[in-house]
Ligand binder design. Sequence first.
Ligand code: ADP
Ligand code: ASP
Ligand code: MG
Length: 447
Amino acid sequence: MIVMKFGGSSVASAKAIERVASIVGARRELHPVVVVSAMGKTTNKLLEIAKRASLGDRDGAMTLLYELRDFHLAESGMERTVEEHFQELADMARGLAALGELTPRSIDAVSSLGERLSSLIVTKLFERLGIPATHVDARKVIVTDNRHTHAAPIYEETYKRLAATIPPLAEKTVVVMGGFIGATEDGVTSTLGRGGSDFTASIVGAGIGATEIQIWTDVDGMLTCDPTVLPGGHRVRRISFAEAAELAYFGAKVLHPATVLPAIEQNIPVRILNSMRPEVEGTWITAQDVPSKNVIKSIACKKRVTVLNVHSTRMFMAHGFLRRIFEIFDREGTSVDMISTSEVSVSLTMDDDSHLDAIIEALSEFAEVTVDRDQAIVCLVGQNIKDTPGIGARIFRALEKINVRMVSQGASSLNLGFVVRGEDLRPAVEALHTEFFSTLDPEVFDA
Ligand code: ADP
Ligand code: ASP
Ligand code: MG
């Protein structure tokens, strides 16, 4: 058995799903289990509907809802299924408008609809195209805790259910299920966090003992730089789990950061592939180290990062200063990506600033706080970083004209990251890409 996960753009239309069917059809003998995302940008739209409804903008919510319904109808022709799901959504939107509040649990009830629908649609279109397919409701097999909007799988129960349910069905037909969604032990719908379908694919792969987990998307594989920042990067042929995880964590959206965890445990190779160009070999992500003549495998970026500078002559070095800071972040459910400390101050980066005001207010009780918005993290990743001298010099030489802050090397020693101003991101990545990828090891990169 193999797991084949298709992202939003790969199932964005009937036409795209046809392409998926031919990719899956050609691999029938491998007993594919197909995991799909919501069609196109459906999840964003669902979240917008929930937001508008809860803010009392019922007309706005309904306009978007009808648009999304018509889109699903036009692409699938599945009138009853689509109507039923959007009826449910309309009921939820009415409830949200009446209550005027949006809880994580109700966000999940709404945002799960995209994958619930896309998985049914893909199953039906497969059948129409002559591929025998069976739909499995992911909520029956992916069991999670109740941290809605970013739930974690309860592995033991999930693996038990996957192992019992999927292999017998995959024996004769192609199993299709939605990514991203699950349910708590009480059966309440939950989601694994944005981009979570990749994570579903690897949970399923580990649960059924798949021989390979394929992540089909809209790029040729892991590239040497983020194509939304700098086009023209090269495909990385092979990369280790550890390097891929680091890249994902620091913004390489092509892979959800948690994806590699279940795969590592069972040593199942993960491959990133392009559904528009299935003939390209993609990127293999494997447990083994990947030696390379290039020091760096890829450059990841995080845009729109906020940096908080916490300054306290009184408190710094005093017992418990950092604990107090982190307690505040913890209480506000905000995670910190990078941290750097100096004599009397601490700088922290966060990519979710929705609780910024509360955080600043709490910090201001014992420190001065300044905020730098629209910053970006750049992170170079490669296993050779740890034992190659002179990398810092090469980075700073390449970035001569750019203000570089908060330089830090992750504990894994696989990465070297720093913060630049948002407007400096592209020039920084361009300079680093030239510095580190002007010559390519053909064993590792598609030159
Ligand atoms: P899907 O819907 O298939 O899950 P995503 O949009 O989540 O696709 O991820 C694919 C996107 O990731 C690419 O279109 C690309 O813009 C972005 N990306 C960011 N960094 C990288 C990188 N280093 N290599 C490849 N793609 C990257
Ligand atoms: N549809 C979900 C999202 O947009 C999950 C995914 O695509 O991986 O975040
Ligand atoms: Mg994705």
